[in-house]
Design a protein around this ligand. Structure first.
Ligand code: SPD
Length: 281
């Protein structure tokens, strides 16, 4: 009898993958952590039964979270990642030689330990001497940082339920704006523009309350609800379209998804979302 794991989304839709074997299962004080071998997507991580990352499409997610910010921020010396316990975002950030220090703050040590042990293809930069990993509450960490202390802040959290819910609220976003340098760039995963439309719009609107520049951008991640996915870019003035070409050109040599055409195109919006966000349509 074949084993299937389904993510049930808001009691109205589900996405399932056939499982070849369960590699790891554990319970932290925050959530259930599982790593499975799937029939179609390689190894995958689930938190509380929700698909977080799979080897087959993690680059569509991590490259698009990281590189629009890292190719447009005027300086990328100090980068903060909140969440990101599988190590994929840190790996992509560290491909930029201008990055001097990455601080990654993941609340759940079990996620890091399980991913280090069982998803080594994703977290390939754990040993970098430019990476500092902290296991603590990311929201509290951000509150404790001085003004203007990071060039880039990336939010690589789960969806806004459970431990990641605090990462979508106005208080947290205000704190992120405060710890960014004046030219700094913020980027976050921003949910499904179809199946999580209210959460997606809510995050963009909340960002617009605290940042002069706040733009959603779009792509696909096949294991996430609806497969259509989004991220949000925000800054005190830096534009997502002002690409530092020398930096982008260098990373395009190794990226599977990201390139400058994808970068610019991902900021195109369908008319219905433009109208809902009061943009000209
Ligand atoms: N629907 C799940 C969205 C999860 C986004 N972050 C996943 C972490 C990958 N590093």
């Amino acid at each position: 009898m074949a084993l299937w794991y389904d993510e049930v989304h808001q009691d109205s839709s589900r996405f399932g993958l056939k499982i070849e074997s369960v590699i790891f299962t554990g319970q932290s004080k925050f959530q259930k952590v599982e790593i499975v071998e799937t029939a179609s997507h390689g190894r995958a991580l689930l938190l509380d039964g929700l698909w977080m990352v799979a080897e087959a499409d993690e680059k569509t997610y991590h490259e698009m979270l990281v590189h629009p910010a890292l190719t447009t921020a005027p300086s990328v010396a100090r980068v903060l990642i909140i969440g990101g316990g599988d190590g994929g975002s840190a790996r992509e950030v560290l491909t930029h030689p201008g990055v001097e220090e990455v601080v990654m703050v993941e609340i759940d040590e079990l996620v890091i330990d399980a991913c280090k042990a069982h998803l080594p293809s994703i977290g390939t930069a754990w040993d970098s001497d430019r990476l500092q990993v902290l296991c603590q509450d990311g929201a509290q960490y951000v509150r404790d940082q001085p003004d203007g202390s990071f060039d880039v802040v990336l939010i690589d959290g789960a969806d806004p339920v459970g431990p990641a819910a605090a990462l979508f609220g106005p208080d947290f976003l205000e704190q992120c704006a405060r710890i960014l340098k004046p030219t700094g760039v913020f980027a976050a995963q921003a949910g499904s523009p179809t199946l999580q439309r209210e959460e997606h719009l809510g995050l963009v609107r909340a960002l617009r309350e605290v940042f002069p520049v706040a733009k959603p951008y779009y792509g696909t991640v096949s294991i996430y609800p609806g497969a259509a996915w989004s991220w949000a870019y925000a800054s005190h003035g830096t534009s997502p379209k002002t690409i530092v070409h020398e930096r982008a050109q260098r990373i395009e040599k190794h990226t599977d998804i990201y390139n400058r055409d994808i970068h610019i195109g991902s900021f195109a919006m369908p008319n219905d979302l433009k109208r809902l966000l009061d943009e000209d349509a």
